[in-house]
Design a binder for this molecule. Structure first.
Ligand code: ADP
Length: 448
């Protein structure tokens, strides 16, 4: 470029000087204005010719530069192009070009790796854009939907399962991560669906197949229910005969009586265990559907207190009613009263003061927002925070020996949690060591 402009400038100077000299000589007798116009016309013509030459040279160099930048074959890329006046710029362009190329290659490699990882997953993955059109689906998803996945097609035309669509809708509209259970994506299959927003727009759904796990769990539950059921009759028979012997057999030695009492105690414990296992298997399988109706929360508390009065009295515990809001709830009265009785019974068993005095228990119910909150408080030894979540698991006991000694099965809280969850409520414990415990649960309140 520099060379072209310098050449043109020199040429322009020489030609202008010659033209001015020639015009001056040719028009020596003419008026000044004619000489001036002639000179201006000559200079305009020369300038136009110079501009045409410069722009032609520029266009040629720019075109070589463009070809060099977009060069696609390795030979084209390695050849140093003839860029004329742009030659000096080439190293900078080449460095930038190489950098962009390597960055694109790195991004492509990452993308290929990610696609390979997602394709080798067992879970089904699908991503949609902000208008709900399919952008990408992994191999398992494409396989499950038997070729129905088409890029750019609205997801509603590919997946009809309402749970999957709802999860994606929530992710797109509200930007929230949602989890649901899908049972109609494929007949006989159960999926856990998790969907969340993608930064920059769109959403992604991940479907985890739960079919096998649920099958195994169902088989386990059925097995437990059958075993519990089968054990019931022999256990009732053992208890019955032992009780009869203890009540009517006068010739029993002291030691035989002691043995029989131990047998009876253990048979009773086993009976309770089989009963709890049966109840748990039923609530977990969803076989025991609850029958919610409008019921007074206070009435349920009073019924539960009445049902455990004997246990509370035998333990010498003191039971008081605290705040009793006049609130109705939507609940299965029998199931909920069972939860309340179980928590009061636990407070009686484990709420004994550290000084050894019998337990003091307070039961209350308060309306909070759209829920009624039931609270069962004791002033016993309390529960360390690491057990708070786990005590709602089956057979989890903080103090195994104490639980056994008090006839506990370790299943009461697991049953309670299932029943509360079935009602759409929540259950938790608030407790600190030596400070006592409060077991609380919520049930949906009925307005008006
Ligand atoms: P269990 O039949 O053993 O009572 P639960 O499921 O009802 O079984 O309770 C699980 C465990 O939680 C109990 O073994 C006990 O260690 C602990 N627990 C329950 N209620 C209380 C309470 N009010 N205070 C302290 N510990 C409790």
């Amino acid at each position: 470029m520099k060379r072209t402009i310098t050449g043109i400038a020199v040429l322009l100077c020489v030609v202008t000087a010659l033209a001015a000299f020639g015009a001056g000589w040719a028009l020596s007798g003419s008026p000044v204005w004619l000489r001036f116009v002639t000179l201006a016309a000559i200079m305009l013509g020369i300038s136009l010719v110079a501009i045409a030459i410069i722009s032609g040279a520029l266009r040629r160099d720019a075109s070589s530069l463009r070809l060099a930048i977009v060069a696609s074959t390795p030979e084209q890329q390695s050849n140093r192009p003839d860029l004329g006046d742009f030659q000096d710029l080439w190293p900078a362009f080449d460095a930038a070009r190489q950098k962009i190329r390597s960055q694109i290659a790195a991004v492509e490699e990452e993308r290929a790796k990610l696609a390979a990882v997602l394709d080798s997953m067992q879970d089904l993955v699908v991503a949609v854009d902000s208008a709900g059109r399919i952008q990408w689906a992994n191999e398992p998803m494409r396989r499950e939907l038997e070729g129905a996945v088409r890029h750019g097609q609205a997801i509603v035309h590919t997946i009809r399962d309402p749970e999957v669509l709802l999860c994606l809708q929530v992710a797109l509209d509200d930007g929230l991560v949602t989890q649901r259970r899908s049972t109609s994506l494929k007949p006989g299959r159960i999926f856990e669906v998790n969907a969340g927003p993608i930064p920059g727009g769109g959403a992604v759904a991940v479907l985890h197949d739960l079919t096998r796990i649920e099958q195994v769990e169902r088989t386990q539950r059925e097995f437990i229910a059958n075993v519990s059921h089968e054990l019931r009759t022999p256990l009732t028979s053992i208890s019955g005969y032992v009780e009869t012997l203890l009540d009517f057999e006068r010739s029993l030695s002291l030691q035989s009586r002691e043995f029989l009492e131990t047998i009876l105690k253990n048979a009773t414990r086993m009976t309770r265990l089989t009963e709890d296992l049966l109840v748990l298997a039923r609530v977990e399988s969803g076989e025991n559907p609850i029958h919610p109706a409008v019921v007074s929360a206070e009435k349920m508390v009073r019924d539960a207190v009445a049902s455990v009065r004997g246990i509370v009295r035998d333990a010498g515990a003191k039971l008081d009613l605290g705040v009793m809001d006049d609130v109705n709830v939507m609940a299965d009265a029998d199931a909920t009263t069972q939860v309340l009785s179980n928590l009061i019974e636990n407070a009686t068993k484990y709420g004994r003061a550290t000084t050894g005095e019998p337990a003091r228990i307070e039961v209350s119910v308060e309306q909070k927002g759209g829920y009624a909150e039931f609270r069962i408080r004791d002033w016993g030894a309390g529960i360390a925070s690491e057990h708070h979540e786990r005590i709602f698991e089956r057979f989890y006991r903080v103090d195994k020996a104490r639980s056994r000694e008090t006839g506990g099965t370790g299943l009461g809280l697991a049953i309670a949690r299932h029943i509360v969850m079935q009602h759409g409520g929540n259950i938790w414990v608030e407790s600190r060591l030596t400070q006592g415990s409060t077991f609380a649960f919520t049930l949906p309140a009925v307005q008006g």
